[in-house]
Design a protein around this ligand. Structure first.
Ligand code: ADP
Ligand code: MG
Length: 713
């Protein structure tokens, strides 16, 4: 029989029309799809267990000789129960089968079988409930590893393994098509495709599984990397607003800063300068830990754009952040004779019109704002640079939106949280990445303490001492109002690192509004307190943040609206109530709100959660202060899905698992890095993938388009 990967499954003997219908449910119509139906695991039947106490509760392989005649009895519900004894040379167990009276015909006394099942200890001794029986006969070796496939109605394990085996033996060696060019396959250090299929479906040992799996992982990741590299090289194929090197000098800028740049900041700024004075539009991500000083890097980029006669727009995800940037940057830039403007939804119509007019005429050089910048009425005279802060709140679409207001402007993205490198490659692989990998000098680490309700009195004493010494305090609660079981929703999309709330019983939620009322009326009537949350209007929030910044509020009770970016150096104490409810990276962000000045700062995590997991997570916060490490823990514990929000339901679904069947973002990082390196080389050599040896790769790439970063950008 001459079959290939395109042949319908019905060419396989044993697979009729009806079975083919069932297989369709699993997305299997042809041989290729069948062979890409990978096992979800393997039963290690080669590892034979003895019947004894240490094996109780274990799903395993037991080799037993039948030592009593099987007897069936009827039990209620019209079912049958069949039992006999099996002996392993040392001990006996009762073999128990529900509704399988036919086993009587197989289990002859004196014959030996390999059983797969779970051993338990019943009233009358050991019991085994086998799900598989294999006769042990001379001259036939039993397979050690048995693949277990995802199933659907009408499809059994034995059926699917049978036809997969059938397909593997029917395919001629020439039928296997290698998607990975030979050179790439070797560079990635993976086996040939035909070997990979055999290994993954019919392995003899765990090592073979690994070798096969690796080949498929390499393919998934490599195709993905190629699409990202393709997008990147597409950008490098177009010309951008090349800035003049002489006009892009930063001496004045650096001289006006109230501090000296760190080595890391200088490095990042020079990378930015190199991009902007280069031939192609910049597309760069600036990543860095909380407080590493990413803003000044963006400011340097803005300075270059403006000095070259173009405009710059900086978009922040919330009004609080946008106005904070405006206040900090406009003061600084006005001194350098750069005209700044602010645009947000909370301006009056007349104010908005005024800003728009000035943007169009070029009377504003640098505009800072919220997503209001994306409104139709906003037209630039000549937009040279687009900066988005804390980008992941936006989703990728809006990033594109602002870019369209200029003619191929340079793009700079500041990441909200430190993102592990692998994730950055996946999420923003089409961007070049700069990392601010150093904190400004003199930062003292924030002391992190975990306490329970019983320490409440002492905690209040500590708050009192801080406020009396002139410092300010944040208190973060998970809910807005009492009796809410719902954690406050973000104002906008955010990389959410979910906390597994269902598995452990958790204490009741504290709410910002009642908490503040209690402080104001009972605990600290002598201090100035206020609350802030996402349901307040932009103007109200702005007003409160302003008063907190100016020191008119001592204690600010808040929900997570203050989690990202807010900068009040005089605040030295961050208290997080119901700390068990927050993701690690989120806690790290919250902690990053303090310790921004010269004074010693503290982060107190209040939690009465008793679960082991919750405790372990809070312990990590105590021990680790490096945001990258914390993000890695989060990635490992919760998976990548929680990092990402691409801004739309559809793209999120597509990216939920990035369409990877086997690759894991946390486990296959080495392969991922290799794939990106090789993909970049390959695309540089053959941008259109037109050469013969890349033909199959080009085809595969086309098929997966729509699952890749490049298409949503
Ligand atoms: P993030 O990277 O979290 O956005 P910011 O840019 O808001 O951090 O900077 C955090 C604080 O550090 C700001 O108050 C900023 O003025 C200050 N800062 C930034 N760079 C330096 C530096 N080189 N030396 C001293 N302070 C700095
Ligand atoms: Mg910031």
């Amino acid at each position: 029989m001459n079959i290939d990967f395109e042949s319908p499954v019905t060419v396989l003997s044993g697979c009729g029309k009806k079975r083919a219908e069932h297989l369709k449910v699993l997305g299997i119509e042809n041989i290729g799809q069948l062979l890409r139906h990978f096992p979800r695991g393997y039963q290690n039947r080669g590892d034979v267990k003895p019947i004894d106490k240490s094996s109780v509760g274990i799903q395993g392989a037991y080799v037993l000789t039948v030592s009593s005649v099987p007897v069936s009895v009827r039990i209620p519900g019209g079912r049958t129960l069949t039992k006999c004894k099996g002996f392993d040379g040392d001990r006996s167990a009762t073999l128990v089968f529900f509704n399988r009276p036919y086993v009587k015909d197989i289990l002859n006394v004196g014959c030996t079988f390999r059983f797969w099942g779970k051993l338990s200890e019943g009233k009358t001794g050991f019991e085994l409930f086998p799900s598989a029986i294999e006769p042990i006969t001379d001259g036939r070796e039993l397979k050690k590893l048995i693949p277990i496939y995802p199933l659907t109605e009408g499809i059994t394990q034995s059926f699917i393994s049978g036809i997969i085996l059938n397909a593997l033996t029917s395919l001629s060696p020439g039928a296997y098509k290698e998607v990975l060019p030979e050179r790439i396959r070797k560079a990635l250090g993976v086996c040939e495709i035909s070997e990979a299929y055999k290994n993954i479906h019919t392995p003899e040992n765990a090592e073979m599984v690994e070798i096969g799996r690796n080949r498929f992982i390499a393919e998934e990741l490599f195709i993905f990397a190629c699409s990202v590299a393709g997008a990147k090289s597409g950008r490098k194929g177009i010309s951008g607003k090349k800035m003049d090197a002489a006009k892009s000098r930063l001496y004045d800028f650096v001289d006006s800063l109230p501090y000296t740049l760190t080595r890391a900041q200088s490095k990042v700024i020079s990378e930015i300068r190199k991009d902007m004075t280069g031939d192609h539009p910049m597309a760069r991500l600036v990543s860095g830990d909380v407080g590493s000083g990413k803003t000044v890097c963006a400011a340097a980029a803005a300075y270059i754009a403006v000095k070259n006669g173009t405009q710059c727009a900086l978009m922040a995800p919330t009004e609080i952040l946008a106005s904070q940037h405006f206040r900090e940057l406009s003061g600084f830039f006005e001194k350098l004779n750069i005209k700044c403007g602010y645009l947000s939804g909370s301006l009056t119509a007349a104010q908005k019109r005024n800003v728009c007019k000035k943007l169009e005429s070029g009377d504003i050089d640098f505009v800072i704002g919220t997503h209001a910048l994306l409104s139709e009425g906003v037209v630039f005279k000549d937009l040279g640079l687009v900066i988005t802060d804390e980008q992941h709140r936006f989703g990728v679409f809006q990033r594109a939106g602002l870019t369209e207001k200029g003619e191929r402007p340079h793009v700079l993205v500041m990441s909200a949280t430190p993102i592990p490198r692998t994730l950055a490659l996946i999420l923003c692989g089409d961007l070049d990445i700069s990392v601010v990998d150093e904190l400004p000098p003199g930062r003292q680490p924030v002391d992190t303490i975990v306490i329970g309700e019983r320490h409440r009195e002492r905690l209040n004493g500590f708050i009192k001492a801080q406020v009396e010494s002139g410092k300010q305090v944040y208190i973060v609660c998970p809910a807005v109002e009492n009796s809410e079981e719902d954690v406050e929703k973000d104002e906008s999309d955010f990389i959410r690192f979910y906390v597994e709330v269902n598995t452990e019983k958790l204490p009741k939620l504290k709410s910002a509004v009642e908490y503040e009322e209690n402080l104001r009326t009972k605990v600290f009537p002598q201090f100035k307190t206020a609350f802030i949350h996402g349901r307040m209007s932009g103007a109200e929030k702005y007003d409160i943040m302003n008063r907190f910044k100016n020191g008119d509020i001592d204690i600010l009770v808040s929900t997570t609206v203050i989690e990202v970016g807010v900068n009040v150096p005089n605040a030295t104490l961050m208290i997080v109530e119901n700390a068990e409810r927050f993701g690690l990276s989120q806690l790290h962000q919250l902690r990053g709100r303090v310790g921004r000045g010269k004074d010693k700062a503290y982060c107190i995590l209040v939690s009465d959660a008793s679960g082991e997991k919750a405790k372990e997570r809070l312990e990590i916060m105590k021990k680790v202060s490096d945001g990258y490490k914390i993000a890695k823990y989060d990635l490992e514990m919760r998976g990548p899905g929680n990092f990402i929000n691409f801004g739309s339901e559809k793209s999120f679904r597509q990216h939920g698992a990035f369409g990877f069947k086997l690759a894991g973002l946390c486990t296959d990082t080495v392969m991922l890095e290799k794939c990106f390196a090789e993909a970049e080389k390959l695309i540089a050599d053959d941008p259109g993938l037109v050469s013969e040896e890349n033909a199959l790769l080009a085809k595969a790439l086309k098929k997966t388009q729509g699952l890749t970063v490049s298409t949503i950008n």
